[in-house]
Design a protein around this ligand. Sequence first.
Ligand SMILES: C[S@@+](CC[C@H](N)C(=O)[O-])C[C@H]1O[C@@H](n2cnc3c(N)ncnc32)[C@H](O)[C@@H]1O
Length: 198
Amino acid sequence: MSFKVKDHYYNKAKKENYLARSVYKLEEINNKYNILNKNMQVLDLGYYPGSWTQYASKVILPGGKLVGIDIQEVNKKIQTIENVTVFQKDINDVKSLSELGVEEKFDALISDMAPKTTGIKSVDQARSMQLVEMVFYHLPNFLKSGGNFVIKVFDSHEAQLYLKEQKSLFEQFNYLKPKSTRSVSKEFFAIGKGYKGE
Ligand SMILES: C[S@@+](CC[C@H](N)C(=O)[O-])C[C@H]1O[C@@H](n2cnc3c(N)ncnc32)[C@H](O)[C@@H]1O
């Protein structure tokens, strides 16, 4: 999926044993905003195939743990990482922390989820917004007060308006289009630090 375009980042990911080129998006976000730190408990939504998981699980060592979910069948390669647990689950069906095998809320929530695209702009934008709204809906249950947040968003007028309304949930809220994002892509990332919710 993520290795379709064989560009510089594709080759770099192959060489560095990452499962997808998307890793460089999270790396750039983290270098700039310091979202992930050692010993954090992290929730990785739409983790498959797992390059964000590979990167984040290293940054949070020695004491941190990562839980990932995706609708895809569990990636066995990722399951072998010691501080990682992954589940085959749809974000729309997750109701509680206990389903994710944890009792406490997470220190950071990262979401690279994207719907399968149809090529029909209005349909793709609506599906993407539904996922974004679902993640924000879950924030009070999944993210600790003071926690950090990254979410992929497909740009649209509706998305801009929606994010503007959510901004005050965080001490700091920023947008970034990482260098490794293809120039034709409409995606960008919203990055929140210091969650003010319960
Ligand atoms: C761009 S990929 C993630 C790449 C990943 N971050 C990496 O670095 O390897 C987006 C993922 O979102 C997942 N996804 C889409 N809808 C979902 C949903 N409703 N619940 C959970 N995962 C979902 C897709 O299955 C897909 O694997």
